[in-house]
Design a protein. Sequence first.
Length: 287
Amino acid sequence: NYPSDEVGNPLMDIDTMDKVGLNPFTDTLTEDQYRKIFGEPVRHPFTGLDYVKLYKEQAVNSNIEIYFTNNPRVALNYSKEILVANIHERQRTKRILKQAGASIVYGLDELLTAPIGNSGYNPDYGLLGTNLATNNKIKLFPRDCQKVVNEVQAVIREKTGKQVEVMIYGDGAFKDPQGKIWELADPVVSPGYTKGLEGTPHEIKLKFIADNELCCLGHDKITEAMKNKIKEKKKESMESMETASLGTTPRRLTDLLGSLCDLTSGSGDKGTPIVLVQGYFDDYATD
């Protein structure tokens, strides 16, 4: 992909791309053409690495050729046997390639779905969501997650009498505004969560209600009216609340909570094994 890879890592300067008239929807670049236009090195704004050079250095006896295109069919000009390495668009990419005449199509999600000898495996996601563990080992995306979260919930309920919702999370679902990097390099935010975390928030836009429906009321009356509005919304359908919820971003609870937890725990050296979230389901009307 270009001008960035699937998760937003920039591979070229987008202004230069526009200046030379490159159309990312139709144009394919060879590596030589890429270097003539963008030079060497093309450094990542955060890591300082030249990603194209980094990938090319993985070659054995120069067995890697790099092409830049957003049309997966172009790969069939060079091989009819394709390994699909993208994450979120993998099913579409595989479908396009098969329809275009590929003889063999595999995705990373189809590799190591069962153990080979004593190896690890992931029946749902294969090699997707892996992390480097050592120089010659990788750590796979977690499996058996539903069983784990249900067991943790049951243990907490038994020991405390509290109903706690539990989820396992990896990458959050957010985009960095400076580097334009899409954090979600895992196949999903949460591979396992308890039933209370299913669905999406059912919210109204407080600022919109306050500025339009309640703008003529005094402070005390606005507070009471707003709390009543929130209580009423729980009885209404999302369709009937279309205007009142305008401006709220519709996202799944697990994506929101996973992003919150990922930002809290960090991905480096913080060493946070558990994030406890309290009061998330409270609202302005909660006593």
